[in-house]
Design a protein around this ligand. Structure first.
Ligand code: SF4
Ligand code: SF4
Length: 199
């Protein structure tokens, strides 16, 4: 069954103008997965897959899935599947309990990239960060961590680096729906924001 997208009605122009996760993104930066200290909200659809594949996840995070959540399931239509659970963080390193132990990277991203598990197991927020959303609005999360690639200086001699939308567009388009009759598409909004910035 086709996964339902999250409805967006308004996009903050900064999404199209702020520096993105350029070059190799998070992996090519000094950042030690700093945004994983917040934990994350796991969409119900992702949650079901996490439980389904717990046998592969638990050895990577060295804990039981039951220990990974701070909250119970909360109903909320802002999440895929109509509900979410918030993850807990580990005492040993301060990172989300779904993060790999002792190395860089998330267990869910790892299992998608290295073992071919469905990408939909990765929570929406973790696929589009540092873009985030709330009640129909898409925007850049604040404050960005100091070491975040999106705050890194442009390499010497490079005039411009891609925006957050440019580097995250594949995920944004897969997960969000900007469907409202008579309104602009993501491409048109992007053009408008870039024109305004130049003016
Ligand atoms: S699910 Fe993965 S990417 Fe998301 S906060 Fe947790 S460790 Fe980080
Ligand atoms: S803080 Fe920025 S660079 Fe670091 S993992 Fe998060 S999005 Fe990537």
């Amino acid at each position: 069954m086709k996964r339902k997208k999250i409805r967006i009605r308004n996009v903050d122009p900064e999404v199209f103008t702020h520096k993105g996760l350029f070059d190799e993104g998070c992996y090519g930066s000094e950042c030690e997965d700093d945004c994983c200290v917040y934990g994350c909200d796991v969409d119900y659809e992702s949650l079901k897959l996490i439980y389904k594949h717990r046998d592969l996840i638990e050895p990577l995070i060295k804990t039981r899935i039951e220990e990974c959540f701070l909250t119970e399931l909360t109903r909320d239509n802002d999440y895929v599947g109509g509900a979410y659970r918030e993850t807990a963080t580990r005492d040993s390193d301060g990172l989300c309990k779904l993060h790999l132990v002792g190395k860089k990277g998330c267990s869910l991203f790892y299992l998608w990239a290295a073992r071919g598990l469905p990408k939909t197991m990765v929570p929406t927020i973790c696929r589009v960060y540092p873009i985030t959303w709330h009640r129909g609005r898409l925007f850049v999360d604040r404050p960005l961590k100091r070491a975040c690639k999106a705050r890194e200086r442009k390499p010497k001699g490079v005039k411009e680096v891609p925006s957050i939308f440019d580097t995250q567009s594949k995920e944004v388009l897969a997960l969000f729906d900007l469907r409202h009759p008579g309104e602009k598409t993501f491409a048109e909004l992007r053009l408008q924001a870039l024109k305004r910035r130049k003016a």
